[in-house]
Write a protein that binds this ligand. Sequence first.
Ligand code: CTP
Length: 421
Amino acid sequence: LPSELFNMLANAGQIADELGCKAYCVGGFVRDLIMKVKNFDVDLVVEGDGIALARALGENLGGKVRVHERFRTAVVSLAGGYKIDVATARTEFYEFPAALPMVERSSVKEDMYRRDFTINALALQLNADNFGALIDYFGGRRDIENRYIRILYNLSFIEDPTRILRAIRFEQRYQFTIEPDTLRFAIDAIERRLLGKLSYKRILTELILILNEADPVPALFRMRDIGVWKYIFPEIRLERLDPDTLRRIPVLLSWWQSMFMDRPIKSWLVYLQFCFAAISVEEEETVVERYGMERTARRVIAEAREVADILRVIENESAITPGRLDRLLKGFADETMCYLLLNLHDVDKWLLVERYLEERDQARLEINGRDLKALGIIPGPQYKEIMDELHELKLDGVINGRRDEIDRLKMWIEEGRVVTQ
Ligand code: CTP
């Protein structure tokens, strides 16, 4: 662990001692620590007053503390970008399947017991006299060694059907196997249509988590084989999608992330753009509506339908310039750019688009609206057209620098191409 994080954990242990309570790190953080997977999302569980511990920790380390009295939880944000979630140990009672849990105070064992899988039900004690001791009531460490995803109790999937999707996500992420009894319970829950008890919003959240994994493709096929896919996207037949293109998506996305680090994209949307290409516009609308997707997501998904026409132009025009590409591609989301590259098979054109994407942000104009106004150009929609055209000329290397930009404007004024006062 980075020393900052290690010291923070030790500090939390000391505070717990002072407060006369017990504190533990829990969940994914412990799992990943044992597996030597980088994960700095720390979750703490406190047997006692979690909020008091969070406040003291924030004070000691100069961090910000946000408290949710109602849930007896707090978040401590530290300078290095670390975020520590602090919870008070509790038991959750589920009133009926798939309902939101009710909260009651209890011990760390109860807290572990309500968790999804043994590998996520591990805790590390932080109190000084026991610092680093592993609390493993359910054989999580053994399951990590044997690479199993295993539920803690038979009703786990019934109480929380999102766990079916979580099981698949963890299984594929770590190349584990869903343990046979667990798999049986999952399939049983699916056959009893328990996913139908979840809101679409919760299903979408889980699906997004799967699609945002480094390589979600095997998880999609696993979803199909276990019988989940047909409940989520009955419209989309996975076997009809081109497998080679599908497998290229994660490669393309990681290329994008290394090329354009300052322009993060929503990977899940690129997968959806690809999947939705296999269904009709009407079916797409039904799906988007069903999942109540937000506006930006809808826009990005819809944009993909325009890509085929743009590709035809790019592939057919022999001498296509960056300025021309700008005209074709401006305004589209980066996800759509990825989707376009995924479907662009001409290597030279690929390189052209790649160079255009690299250069378009650098090719900033040096003049702005004020300069246009000073030249007497009447403000209005023509400002955007003028700036767009200048930007294209700049991308093509026809003009370079403020002087050229002003000269070009003067030329257009003389030609009467722009309206002046
Ligand atoms: N959890 C659970 N059931 C769920 C969701 C979460 O039992 N439906 C528990 C698990 O113990 C999990 C912890 O809550 O470890 C935190 O959940 P989350 O942050 O979603 O998972 P992580 O394990 O941290 O996974 P990731 O690495 O994907 O962040």
